[in-house]
Design a protein around this ligand. Structure first.
Ligand SMILES: NC(=O)c1ccc[n+]([C@@H]2O[C@H](COP(=O)([O-])OP(=O)(O)OC[C@H]3O[C@@H](n4cnc5c(N)ncnc54)[C@H](OP(=O)(O)O)[C@@H]3O)[C@@H](O)[C@H]2O)c1
Length: 258
């Protein structure tokens, strides 16, 4: 099977690196000759990656077309192509609905939306899909944790939650900076914070979903340090602002897919 990526940006590179480095994928991948430095680098690094000059040429040579251009470019890029009815179209574009994709990709009807995250480069992280699709899940299962839903409104919940990424990095960096400003050297501070966040996240993955909500209470003792910190944060609305922020992003995604 040949997979062709329309768009050779940040997330295309992460997926390709994940497939070949983390999952030892052996199939052929085509990339468009866009972001020339990146497409060149990928083809030099991986013998099974080939750069193709024109989008139409790429579409003709692959079985799956992965749409990895910016959301506002999707309709135009797809509409300019002749896509075969038997081709699978996998769209990574945030907020571009299945209806819009099916119109732009006609006569192809096998259309799947996917949200990968940058850690996919290391074979890690969630990969949300809509609708569920065995073949697409089998591919992405090699480099992430697939979650698939039939309902596009539910899929938007994954899109909204994926926006936590910058806030997370901001928090890790902010805590590290605070320790550094208090006199701890930066490498030692970073070593501590990154190991802490990594270990805490790792424990959540091991937790059954039914008891995820008890983890916070379980690690607090009355009057203890964790209890004091959490109560201080919640007094200034940290928890509520998390939910409010997610609601904002969800509203934005829902209005885009109306
Ligand atoms: N980055 C993420 O973490 C992430 C996660 C999930 C989903 N996504 C989605 O994935 C898509 C790509 O995101 P990205 O972050 O990888 O964006 P990006 O780095 O800006 O890459 C966009 C790519 O599209 C290419 N392109 C633009 N017009 C084109 C055309 N007419 N034909 C072929 N290629 C064209 C660009 O080439 P030039 O550089 O030559 O213009 C570039 O290679 C977006 O829709 C985004 O919503 C991204």
């Amino acid at each position: 099977m040949i997979i062709g990526f329309l768009g050779t940006g940040v997330i295309t590179e992460a997926i390709i690196r994940g497939l070949y480095d983390a999952a030892h994928y052996e199939g052929t991948i085509l990339v468009s000759r866009r972001s020339e430095e990146r497409s060149q680098r990928l083809s030099e690094t991986y013998p099974n990656v080939r750069v193709v000059d024109q989008n139409q040429e790429l579409a003709e040579q692959c079985d799956w077309i992965v749409v990895s251009v910016l959301p506002q470019q999707v309709s135009e890029v797809l509409s300019e192509l002749s896509i075969r009815q038997d081709q699978k179209v996998v769209s990574l574009a945030a907020g571009v609905s299945l209806d819009e994709l099916r119109i732009a990709a006609a006569p192809a009807t096998d259309v799947v939306r996917v949200i990968p995250m940058p850690p996919i480069e290391h074979g890690l992280g969630p990969v949300a899909l809509c609708p569920p699709d065995d073949a697409t899940q089998a591919l992405f299962h090699r480099i992430g944790t697939c979650v698939a839903v039939l309902d596009e409104n539910q899929f938007n919940l994954f899109g909204a939650t994926s926006a936590l990424m910058a806030d997370f990095y901001d928090q890790v960096a902010g805590v590290t900076r605070w320790m550094n400003e208090k006199g701890l050297d930066l490498p030692t501070a970073a070593s501590y914070t990154t190991a802490l966040y990594h270990a805490l996240a790792d424990l959540t993955v091991r937790q059954p979903s039914e008891t995820l909500h008890t983890m916070s209470a379980d690690c607090q003792t009355p009057g203890g340090l964790n209890a004091q910190f959490l109560s201080r944060r919640n007094r200034v609305g940290a928890n509520q602002s998390l939910i409010d922020g997610l609601e904002d992003i969800l509203n934005r995604l829902e209005s885009a897919t109306d």
